[in-house]
Ligand binder design. Structure first.
Ligand SMILES: [Zn+2]
Length: 304
C-alpha cells in the first residue's frame, strides 16, 4: 500500500494548518495583504502591469490547487472550500481566457498571436477533485488538468484499505479519473508514488517518472502527456538532470516555482505555477494572478 493511502504525504500540506497559523506567519500575511492593497490603491500595480506586458509580452498563469472540501478535519492551507473555488473560477472566467495545455503548446508555437491566458491544475488525485471541484469547473464551463500519482489511482474494486483513509485524503478511483477525461478534462502524471525525486537513487527516480506515464496510460487507456514534479522546487525536489528525463517522456512539466510564465520565453518543461491557499481573499487571489507579488521576486515566500 502506498504511503499516500495512509497519510497525507503531500509536501504542500504537511505541517500546514488551514484554520490557524503562527504569530509570525499571521504577521507576514498581514504585511502581504497590506502590500497588495497599497500597490492596488496607489496605482503602482497598473503601472507595473503595463511595464511587465511591454517587456515580457503575454503571460500564461498556471494555478495549482490541491483539495477542495469543507471537512473540518482538513487543516491544510492548500485546501480551499467549494465556495472559494466557485468565486475564484468566476473571477478567472471574467478576467482571463482559460485554456488547456494542448492549447498552450499551440500558443507557444505561435507566440505572435498569443494573449494572456490561464490554466487550472489540481495535484495529487484527491477524490474531492472529482466529487467537488469537477462539478464547479463544469458549472463555469472551464477545463483543468489533474495530475495523478499513478500508484494511488486504482479501480474502486482494488482500493481496499485506501478507503479507510480519512475522507479528505481519499483518492479518486481510476474509473473517476477516466470519467474526468471523458468529460474533456486533461490528465497528467505526478510520478508513481509521490516521492521527492531528489531523495531517490537515479534509477528509482527515473522509474517514478517514466513508469508513471506507462502505468496511467495502461490503466486508463488514454494519453498522459503532462507531468508535475512532487514538491515541485528545483534543487530541492528535482534536478536539471531529472528535468531532462521528464523531457524525454512528457510534453509539459509543471513545477511549484511561484510566478507567471512569459508565453514568449517560457520553458514548457519547467512551468511556473501559483499554488492557491485557503487564507487568500478573492482580492488577494486576483492580485496573485495579476503578478502583484512578482516584485517580491525570490524572497522566501512564506505565504506561498
Ligand atoms: Zn503533489
Amino acid at each position: 500500500m502506498s504511503q499516500l493511502h495512509t497519510q497525507d504525504a503531500s509536501p504542500e500540506s504537511l505541517g500546514a494548518a488551514r484554520a490557524r497559523c503562527s504569530p509570525a506567519s499571521a504577521a507576514l500575511r498581514s504585511a502581504v495583504r497590506g502590500f497588495a492593497l497599497f500597490m492596488h490603491v496607489s496605482g503602482l500595480n497598473a503601472v507595473r502591469r503595463r511595464l511587465s506586458k511591454a517587456l515580457l509580452g503575454p503571460r500564461l498563469i498556471v494555478l495549482a490547487y490541491h483539495r477542495v472540501n469543507d471537512f473540518a478535519s482538513d487543516t491544510s492551507r492548500y485546501t480551499v472550500s467549494p465556495a472559494q473555488l466557485d468565486a475564484q473560477l468566476a473571477h478567472i472566467r471574467k478576467a482571463y481566457r482559460v485554456i488547456s495545455f494542448a492549447q498552450a503548446l499551440q500558443m507557444r508555437a505561435e507566440p505572435q498571436r498569443a494573449a494572456d491566458a490561464a490554466i487550472i491544475t489540481f495535484d495529487d488525485g484527491y477524490r474531492d477533485n472529482y466529487t467537488c471541484a469537477a462539478p464547479i469547473l463544469r458549472k463555469h464551463g472551464l477545463g483543468a488538468c489533474f495530475f495523478l500519482p499513478a500508484d494511488c489511482i486504482v479501480s474502486a474494486a482494488d482500493q481496499g484499505e485506501a478507503q479507510a483513509a480519512p475522507d479528505h485524503l481519499a483518492r479518486m478511483t481510476s474509473e473517476q479519473a477516466k470519467a474526468l477525461y471523458d468529460m474533456g478534462f486533461e490528465l497528467g502524471a505526478h510520478t508513481r508514488s509521490h516521492p521527492y525525486l531528489l531523495q531517490l537513487p537515479p534509477d528509482a527516480a527515473r522509474e517514478e517518472i517514466v513508469g508513471s506515464r506507462q502505468e496511467l496510460e495502461q490503466r486508463l487507456g488514454v494519453a498522459i502527456p503532462y507531468f508535475a514534479y512532487p514538491g515541485g522546487k528545483k534543487g530541492v525536489h528535482y534536478s536539471a538532470e531529472l528535468a531532462r528525463t521528464a523531457a524525454e517522456v512528457f510534453e509539459v512539466c509543471c513545477t511549484t516555482t511561484r510566478g507567471r510564465n512569459s508565453i514568449r520565453t517560457m520553458d514548457t518543461l519547467e512551468v511556473r505555477r501559483i499554488c492557491v491557499q485557503s487564507w487568500w481573499s478573492l482580492f488577494h487571489f486576483a492580485r496573485e494572478l495579476e503578478g502583484t507579488f512578482d516584485l517580491l521576486g525570490r524572497l522566501p515566500a512564506l505565504w506561498q
